[in-house]
Ligand binder design. Structure first.
Ligand SMILES: Nc1nc2c(c(=O)[nH]1)N[C@H]1C(S)=C(S)[C@@H](COP(=O)(O)O)O[C@H]1N2
Ligand SMILES: [Mo]
Length: 410
């Protein structure tokens, strides 16, 4: 099967063959045979093969089993909505479903509810009016490869994030249908993927019942106007606008309302950040007091230039980039080319809602020859901005400091 056959219009029912092909091929052939190209991250061990998976253009391969694919950073300069075929992919468990039949798919709701539900897709969609939100899905470990000192875990660049238009049913519509009991404390979410070994914990996530019953969460079936791509959770996923991607459970098949705080591995052991405002610790410290990772801190990037790009002194650059936060909305974005002594304002693009990437633009003229670092920082509606110095925590989570883009000015 050629790359283009793998990418183009694959029937989901045939995902099995394609996935097996990708898996077998990657396991038995030198990677170069399938890789269209190689992308280089600006940290040690940063070479990443660009590899095609079903419904995906060549993306940066982080792991094969389970597939973890990163979006090449240039994609964020193409459009504010990340195209489905370029959207990153992250899984924890290697036993992925390889074929999902929408006709027999079921979503179960049970636990502390008046009436347990077992719905097919049509019954779910018939429960209420669908809603739409444009929201950023960002992996907790996005940019982990930049951590100094380095930490364990996938060495990710900035491409484990994406912004999409999600359509689905408000989670609370579904929960109200089941009738949440007063004893309810948290709601847990699980998908169809399974561990390979029985000892491996299942990828189950939990949120507080107040959050679950708020207006934000939805059970989405559509992404940028199409069915969810298989690897992004077909046919249903939880969308938790403003929150890190770890909660956005794919192939969502089971929702349980529980009367206690969930004690599973992916809440109590993994995805925890230091329990303080900066979610950070002195480099090298052990975790200590912690809490589950939550809302996205403010971040901003230049998208129109590559790290290390060469530019002419005095020549005007139409700069462009993105900023986002955990749902209060971006108020301003500024750049600095003198190490943060002076900041130049930028113009914000169209607002697509508080959970979306916000575009910024400005004209900028490099003044000095040599290597310079272009800084960008954003401010949100709550008055929060980004720390000047990179923060550190042992999980390599929630990087959000001001990024310094190195440029050669000649
Ligand atoms: N079923 C399932 N859903 C999951 C995961 C998973 O391992 N299994 N990983 C989560 C994590 S950690 C992230 S960052 C997002 C990534 O979403 P994407 O693969 O659509 O980009 O999915 C989340 N949902
Ligand atoms: Mo993640």
């Amino acid at each position: 099967m050629s790359d283009s056959q793998q990418r183009g219009g694959l029937d989901r029912r045939h995902f099995l063959q394609a996935a097996l092909f990708a898996g077998a091929g990657l396991a038995t052939q030198p990677l170069q045979a399938l890789a269209a190209n190689v992308a280089r991250q600006p940290f040690a061990n940063g070479d990443r093969d660009l590899v095609s998976y079903p419904q995906k253009r060549p993306l940066m391969l982080i792991t094969t089993r389970p597939p973890h694919l990163e979006t090449p950073f240039e994609v964020f300069n193409e459009s504010l909505l990340t195209p489905n075929d370029a959207f990153f992919v992250r899984y924890h468990l290697a036993n992925l479903p390889t074929r999902i039949d929408p006709a027999t798919y079921r979503l179960r709701v049970h636990g502390q509810v008046r009436q347990a539900l077992d719905l097919d897709l049509a019954a779910l969609k018939a429960l209420g009016e669908p809603v739409e939100v444009i929201a950023v899905n960002q992996c907790s470990g996005n940019s982990r490869g930049y951590f100094e000192p380095r930490v364990f875990g996938a060495q990710l660049g900035h491409g484990s994030m994406g912004n999409a238009r999600w359509v689905g049913l408000p989670l609370r519509t579904l929960l109200n249908h089941a009738g949440v009991l007063d004893s309810a404390r948290q709601v847990t979410f699980r998908g169809l993927d399974q561990p390979v070994l029985p000892a491996t914990p299942s990828m189950t996530k939990a949120i507080d019942v107040e959050h679950a019953l708020s207006a934000e969460p939805l059970i989405a079936w559509s992404m940028n106007g199409e069915d969810l791509p298989f690897l992004n959770g077909y046919p249903l996923r939880l969308v938790l606008p403003g929150y890190f991607g770890t909660y956005w459970i794919k192939h969502l098949s089971e929702i349980e309302v529980i009367d206690h705080e969930f004690d599973g591995f992916f809440m109590q052991k993994a995805y925890r950040v230091p329990d303080n405002d900066c979610q950070c610790l002195p480099a090298g410290s052990a975790l200590g007091a912690s809490r589950p990772i939550g809302r996205l801190p403010v971040r901003s990037f230049v998208t129109s230039l590559r790290e290390g790009q060469t530019l002419q002194q005095g020549q005007n650059q139409a700069l462009r980039g993105i900023a986002f936060d955990g749902g209060s909305g971006i108020r301003s974005v500024e750049i600095s080319d003198d190490g943060g002594r002076n900041w130049q304002p930028t113009q914000l693009g169209e607002a697509l809602g508080n959970y979306s990437f916000r575009e910024w633009r400005t004209d900028w003229r490099p003044r000095q020859r040599g290597v310079i670092h272009l800084l960008v920082r954003a401010h949100n509606a709550r008055g929060e901005t980004q720390p000047a110095e990179p923060t550190w925590n042992p999980g390599g989570y929630a990087r959000h400091s001001i990024e310094a883009l190195p440029l050669h000015i000649i």
